[in-house]
Design a protein around this ligand. Structure first.
Ligand code: IPE
Ligand code: IPE
Ligand code: MG
Length: 255
């Protein structure tokens, strides 16, 4: 999409990503290294969520999308899943006031029908309470899968076609994007995965088409502001070309 190229260089100072997406990985290993149960790592990871979110707000990053629980993570041992659900619940109860103080808007993306009624209600309440905040948009991906997101968008488009509201010819990348989970936000500029693995694990498949990828060996509970700073430094040195040549990019950035 050539529009991405124009939009990026015209509206965003290329040194600071407007949108960062993070796979928060390595909680289990963090705990196992300390001879603690895996769930202790999930608890410790909440501190990194706070630190990274608030650092992004201070720096002027506009959107932060965090992968908290994938559609595949439902297959983990039931005990681990239930501790994670308990942690979501408590975080939603405890952290909303803090989000409010920091001007952060919360959105939960993913298949919410999989969560308990109580969690679904808390999610909706937290979103409503923070809806007017505009310093940072924080998106938590929970029961989220990139394929789920694409299939949902396709289904909604198909429904509009079936209802006679949309003609198949009118479906293009822009309209498709408008039906995905992060429709209102710019696509991520920087993707970070902690924990050393180098894979996407069914995170934002559609949205990461031109995102810069960065991998950190730090385990998520250890990932703090300094680690984020390293990722941002690395990102600032990249040249994003969106399919063009270096010469073309240099012309635009000089202009
Ligand atoms: C990421 O950490 C958190 C979730 C997937 C919920 P992991 O639990 O995957 O930690 P590792 O990768 O096993 O160390
Ligand atoms: C990806 O981590 C999902 C989240 C961090 C929420 P996983 O630990 O589930 O990914 P794989 O299984 O190693 O690919
Ligand atoms: Mg993992």
């Amino acid at each position: 999409m050539s529009a991405d190229f124009e939009k990026y260089f015209q509206t965003v100072p290329p040194v600071l990503p407007a949108h960062i997406a993070i796979i928060m990985d390595g909680n289990g290993r963090w705990a196992q290294k300390r001879a603690m149960p895996r769930t202790a790592g999930h608890k410790a990871g909440i501190g990194s969520v706070r630190a990274v979110t608030e650092a992004c707000a201070r720096l002027g990053v506009q959107s932060l999308t965090l992968f908290a629980f994938s559609t595949e993570n439902w297959q983990r041992p039931q005990k681990e899943v239930s501790v994670l659900m308990e942690l979501f619940l408590r975080s939603l109860q405890k952290e909303v006031a803090r989000l409010e103080r920091n001007g952060i808007r919360l959105r939960i993306i993913g298949d919410r029908t999989q969560f308990s009624e109580r969690l679904q209600v808390l999610m909706a309440e937290a979103e409503a309470k923070t809806a007017a905040n505009d310093r940072l948009s924080l998106n938590i991906a929970a029961s989220y899968g990139g394929r789920w997101d694409i299939v949902e968008a396709a289904r909604r488009l198909a429904e509009e076609v079936a209802a006679g509201k949309l003609s198949p010819e009118a479906i293009d990348a822009e309209r498709f994007h408008a039906h995905t989970a992060l429709a209102e936000l710019p696509e991520p500029d920087l993707f970070i995965r902690t924990g050393g693995e180098k894979r996407i694990s069914n995170f934002l498949l559609w949205q990461l088409a031109y995102t810069e990828l960065y991998f950190s060996d730090a385990l998520w509970p250890d990932f703090r502001e300094q680690d984020l700073a390293l990722a941002l430094e690395d990102y600032a040195r990249r040249q994003r070309r969106f399919g063009r040549t270096s010469e073309q990019v240099e012309q635009v950035t000089r202009a």
